[in-house]
Design a protein around this ligand. Structure first.
Ligand SMILES: *Cc1c(COP(=O)(O)O)cnc(C)c1O
Length: 364
């Protein structure tokens, strides 16, 4: 008999009664979820008196992003249906998660990635987990359109967020926030790429509200990168361009669902520049000790932008009057080591003597 371990605390075992799974569905888990919700005194202070800002650190999932929450559900279902091959299009993190959970389940995985546009760490993950990697001469939106066509084959399971089970798994992050805070926050900030995650959080909050686990619903505030901001502009972006590769998407699959989450929650979507993203990434690392990939920093950049620029909006006034805010940071910083924040890094060289090191530290 196998011992009970952290793995048994994965999101399916924690929240099975809220998920569309049978009691008999096998569980493919790597112990995802239960990620830290970290109070940020830096962000709380920068917003103002009485505000509380918490950071939901999704980079601490088994493959380093929130994609694991959806993947444990999607792959468990695929195993239940005796599917032998799972396929996804990916900007990187979906492929890492799909490859890991498929490996754990002992089934095959193929991933379609836009040629030359994937952060090295993510590509290496998919490779090491043993996925078949197809590098497509096209962008993410092309890859997703091919995957949609493949999905007509019953032997193949698509594990992109167009698979509704992905959204179902990802909504558990909202449950965790409420379980820890004892209530939903007033505002929830997060980055938007394919728009599955904002859809998932909104669903999670609404379901908890319906069961009486929270008595308010947050305003959902989404941020896109300025070069890949279809929701902000209201039209498809043909050649999305941003250093934040995980949100470099011009035609989000869950566009309509995300738009209704924004609407129903009385939230909004806005864009941040690559400069703002990189600056937020560095500040979050230096002020809180939290290292996230660029796409993840879009939520923090967004919050900082709200505080500085849009202060005339009524919603921002409300935010400054003492609100409880959660920002999701979606993926781990170690996944993407090639973006400009890492360049210009210059260690101080020293002779291998105590004196030399003392000199540098100015402790003479
Ligand atoms: C997938 C991903 C996103 C975007 O999430 P969507 O559900 O596509 O909107 C943001 N950040 C990271 C790190 C991701 O992996």
């Amino acid at each position: 008999m196998k011992k009970s371990t952290w793995q048994d605390n994965g999101i399916i075992n924690r929240y099975r009664d809220m998920l569309p799974l049978k009691a008999s569905t096998p569980v493919v888990s790597l112990g995802e979820g239960s990620t830290p919700l970290v109070y940020s005194s830096w962000l709380s202070k920068s917003i103002g008196e009485g505000s509380e800002v918490y950071i939901k650190c999704e980079g601490l999932n088994p493959t380093g992003s929130f994609k694991d929450r959806g993947m444990t559900v999607a792959i468990s279902k695929a195993v239940e249906r005796h599917v032998r091959l799972v396929v996804c299009a990916s900007t990187g993190n979906t492929s890492a998660a799909a490859a890991a959970y498929a490996a754990h389940a002992g089934i095959s995985c193929a991933v379609l990635l836009p040629y030359g546009k994937i952060a090295t760490g993510k590509l290496l993950q998919a490779f090491l987990y043993g996925a078949k990697i197809i590098s497509l001469h096209g962008n993410f939106d092309d890859a997703l359109s091919i995957v949609r066509q493949l999905s007509k084959d019953p032997k193949v399971e698509i594990v992109n967020s167009i698979n509704p089970l992905r959204i179902e798994g990802q909504k558990t992050a909202a449950f965790e926030v409420v379980d820890e805070l004892g209530e939903a926050p007033d505002f929830h900030f997060l980055p938007i790429g394919n728009a599955g995650n904002i859809t998932a959080y909104w669903r999670g909050y609404r379901e908890y509200f319906t069961c009486g686990k929270c008595s308010i619903l947050p305003k959902m505030i989404g941020f896109q990168a300025l070069g890949a901001a279809p929701l902000v502009f209201g039209h498809i972006v043909q050649d999305p361009d941003t250093i934040a590769s995980a949100i470099r998407i011009g035609n989000p699959a869950s566009w309509r669902l995300a738009a209704s989450a924004l609407n129903q929650s009385h939230g909004f979507v806005d864009a941040v520049t690559d400069m703002e993203i990189l600056s937020a990434q560095v500040q979050l690392a230096r002020k809180e000790g939290i290292f996230v990939e660029p796409a993840s920093a879009a939520s923090i950049a967004g919050l900082l932008k709200c505080v500085s620029k849009h202060s005339e909006l009524p919603i921002i006034r409300r935010l400054k009057e003492g609100a409880r805010i959660v920002c999701t940071v979606t993926g781990h910083g170690l996944k993407d080591l090639n973006t400009p924040a890492g360049t210009g890094m210059c260690p101080i060289e020293s002779d291998a003597t105590v004196d030399s090191v003392r000199n540098i530290l100015e402790i003479g």
